[in-house]
Design a protein around this ligand. Structure first.
Ligand SMILES: [Zn+2]
Length: 106
């Protein structure tokens, strides 16, 4: 259970600690931090895991994290895709070459 009363104290601390300056400094950075980001996403509100960020940088980072999480939770294919039967693996090519197979264009 998260103690929500703890969060404002930590977030204010992170903003002040970082001098209200965005720590991400991404391409759309506004410079002045008004939000606090979790460096490692999750419920770790330790000051070491918090950084001051501006709104555009925070939105970009959060968007990437959400996309990564969606990707990770997506069910995996049941089977690995099979290689095309006409494609030789490098080890097969090697053995064909060393056997001097007639008509081998290599
Ligand atoms: Zn920024």
């Amino acid at each position: 259970m998260i103690d929500l009363s703890q969060i404002p104290r930590f977030t204010g601390h992170a903003l002040e600690r970082d001098g209200h300056t965005c720590r991400i400094q991404g391409p759309r950075c506004q410079g002045r931090a008004t939000e606090v980001d979790h460096i490692q996403p999750g419920d770790n509100h330790d000051p070491n895991n918090l950084q001051a960020v501006c709104t555009p940088c925070h939105a970009t980072k959060t968007g990437k994290e959400n996309a990564a999480r969606l990707n990770a939770s997506r069910p995996r294919r049941r089977r690995e895709p099979e290689p095309h039967p006409g494609i030789l693996r490098p080890d097969e090519m090697q053995s064909r070459r060393s056997q001097g197979v007639a008509g081998d264009p290599l």
